[in-house]
Design a protein around this ligand. Structure first.
Ligand SMILES: *[C@@H]1O[C@H](CO)[C@@H](O)[C@H](O)[C@H]1NC(C)=O
Length: 176
């Protein structure tokens, strides 16, 4: 029972502690939505180091009118094709909710920017993926339960026998 409630608490902690939706500033800093200065500065390096979950929001900060954010298909991303985006944002303070697991492709709508690396792929983990990663943790605690129980009752039995023998010896001692 103790092992069960401990693992339940652990599971609750994981579910609530990690599922709180977050706002993630794309690139990790205010002025990150621009042509990257070098490969090490690339937005995808930031994306690979970040974890995205369903319900999180991506936030872009940029100068409205000078740049924009286009959500495009995989092909649109690969070809830097700005002509037919899935969605287009140009308000300078763009917030996009990640409503499903899987890949999202974003490119800059400013002419020539995508070709110079101003683009990012965001991969949102599926809830099941998160759960699979979590489930091995509670199982050792649950396995301990039945393994511990016989040991402790055996110990109790031994202790009982020892004290019975002790009491007997003491009584015998008193008698002799
Ligand atoms: C860009 O996308 C449009 C619409 O999807 C398509 O018609 C056009 O051929 C594409 N251009 C390039 C260069 O891939």
């Amino acid at each position: 029972m103790a092992a069960f409630s401990a693992s339940s608490l652990f599971l609750l902690f994981l579910l609530f502690g990690f599922s709180a939706a977050k706002e993630l500033l794309v690139g990790g800093k205010i002025d990150a939505w621009k042509i990257p200065s070098s490969e090490s500065d690339s937005l995808n390096q930031w994306a690979e180091k970040s974890r995205f979950r369903v319900g999180d929001h991506l936030v872009w900060k940029y100068e409205s009118g000078k740049d924009s954010v286009l959500e495009v298909t995989r092909e649109g991303y690969a070809n830097c094709n700005t002509s037919n985006p899935i969605k287009e944002y140009s308000d300078g303070n763009t917030k996009v909710k990640l409503e499903r697991p899987g890949a999202f492709y974003f490119i800059s709508g400013a002419k020539g920017h995508c070709e110079k690396g101003q683009k990012v792929i965001v991969v949102v983990m599926s809830p099941r993926h998160t759960f699979t990663a979590v489930s091995p943790a509670p199982s050792p605690a649950e396995m301990e339960g039945p393994a511990v129980a016989p040991t402790s009752s055996a110990t109790m039995l031994k202790l009982g026998l020892f004290s019975a023998v002790g009491v007997l010896a003491m009584s015998l001692g008193f008698l002799m």
